[in-house]
Design a protein around this ligand. Structure first.
Ligand code: 2IT
Length: 449
């Protein structure tokens, strides 16, 4: 590895030994950058890479809230404003009990390159809390969101930092957070958050955008391979907002999702999750419940396997991990390769361990990396910001057309970047390079900062 690149990586490893997810994300991006750094020796003098792995700002705050029994609880909140070189910080908020600084930092780092790939003017950020929303009442969720926003509101704004949802944060939570922001600021600044409800400035297609975008991206990959989406059988992990968007668009495009999983196990529906009734049930499962995929099997009379992952199942053409980080390790990757799957499209953030990813790529599985394939979510968030700025509402057709264009462009600039650096059709390296180059150029132009 290039000496400067490896020196910065060693430094990251030494400084972040207790944040393995962040180290993993940096290592993954850096593994693609050697030819770029070789071509740009001027980056070392201005320590471009050292700056790129250090958040511009990251803070922790206390979030205190009162449960329905009058008991008070203290949680931790974080916001990481990683890189603002190309636009206001932008990225979701995750509420999940295992969240800690390393998770937020890795997500914000990834977000920087993902947001760059969208072509929209948005920098990288991410936030969250170790709050566990499971089993909490609506009133408890509201009080938590209000308290979270009370701590955060001074540090965000439509031109400063624009949070959105992530795991554990959907339309309901965004509504409560926007209500509190408006109460505190006393102004109508709805561009401060995205993923809002349609009645107060949300964008059509935003709830579907991550899954739809991933399917449009997959379609570009298939076109490149002279293959078609028609009849493809897809295995997704997860059953949340992202999986739901994939399921819905797959059915519309003539493909079908046959495997879906939750933390309880997986379901196999050989007919595919293609009817409106089934798709609406998946939406219900991740919004109001029941939680877990067993409920789906009970309702539609299909196979349920408790406590297992479906990776490596036969009769699958495309794997789309859409649950959470490090869902697919080396062992799962080996099973996927053994099953003969040709396409592996990451949709969750960093769903594959670096060992798993290296194996899939060695074995010539076509890998669409998360920061490209799932960028449609934040891409439509940027379109929501645009609508809020111009105080107009676009039709679903207009938003969808922009999303399709965006995903096709992400695929193209990734493929072109890999080609330019002699890597062939390597979408992982291509996305890292294309995402990196725009941020690097902006940072170089803006001087010592
Ligand atoms: O991981 C992601 O890109 C998101 N959670 C969406 C972020 C956003 O600002 O819409």
């Amino acid at each position: 590895m290039n000496a400067y690149l490896s020196r910065v990586l060693e430094d990251v490893k030494a400084k972040h030994s207790s944040e393995p997810e962040f180290v993993q994300a940096v290592e993954e991006v850096f593994s693609s950058l050697e030819p770029v750094i070789d071509r740009h020796p001027e980056y070392e003098k201005v320590d471009l890479l050292g700056r790129m792995v250090e958040p511009e700002r990251m803070f922790t705050f206390r979030v205190v809230w009162c449960d329905d029994n009058g008991q008070w609880h203290t949680n931790r909140g974080w916001r990481c404003q990683f890189n603002g070189a190309i636009g206001p910080y932008k990225g979701g908020i995750r509420f999940q009990k295992n969240v800690y600084a390393g998770i937020i930092k890795f997500l914000a780092f990834e977000q920087t390159f993902k947001n760059s790939l969208t072509g929209m003017p948005i920098g990288g950020g991410k936030g969250g809390s170790d709050f566990n929303p499971a089993g909490r009442s609506d009133a408890e969720i509201m009080r938590f969101c209000q308290s979270f926003m009370t701590a955060l509101y001074r540090y965000i704004g439509p031109d400063v930092d624009v949070p959105a949802g992530d795991m554990g944060v959907g339309g309901r939570e965004i509504g409560y957070m926007y209500g509190q922001y408006r109460r505190l600021k006393g102004v109508w600044e709805n561009g401060v958050l995205t993923g809002k409800g349609l009645s107060y400035g949300g964008s059509l297609i935003r709830p579907e955008a991550t899954g739809y975008g991933a399917m449009y991206y997959l379609n570009e990959v298939l076109k490149h391979e002279n293959d078609t989406i028609e009849g493809k059988r897809i295995a997704v992990s997860g059953y949340g907002n992202v999986a739901w968007g994939i399921i819905k668009k797959a059915a519309e495009m003539g493909a079908k999702v046959t495997y879906m999983s939750g933390s309880d196990g997986y379901v196999y529906d050989p007919d595919g999750i293609t009817t409106k009734e089934k798709i609406d049930y998946v939406l219900q499962m991740h919004t109001v419940g029941p939680r877990g995929v067993k409920a789906y099997a009970d309702r539609f009379g299909c196979q349920y396997v408790a406590g297992e992952k479906h990776w490596g199942a036969a009769d699958v053409d495309v794997c789309m991990p859409a649950a959470t980080q490090n869902d697919v390790d080396l062992e799962s990757a080996k099973k996927i390769v053994a099953s003969g799957v040709k396409y592996y499209i990451e949709v969750a953030n960093m769903p594959t361990t670096n060992e798993g990813l290296a194996y899939l790529r060695q074995q010539k599985v076509i890998v669409g990396p998360a920061k490209a394939a799932n960028a449609g979510g934040v891409g439509v968030s940027a379109l929501e910001m645009a609508q809020n700025s111009e105080r107009l509402v676009w039709t679903a057709e207009e938003v969808d057309a922009q999303l399709r264009k965006m995903m096709a462009n992400i695929h193209k600039i990734s493929a072109d970047a890999a080609e330019e650096y002699g890597m062939g059709y390597d979408l992982v390296s291509g996305a890292n390079i294309a995402g990196f180059k725009k941020v690097a150029e902006a940072m170089m132009a803006q001087g010592c900062f």
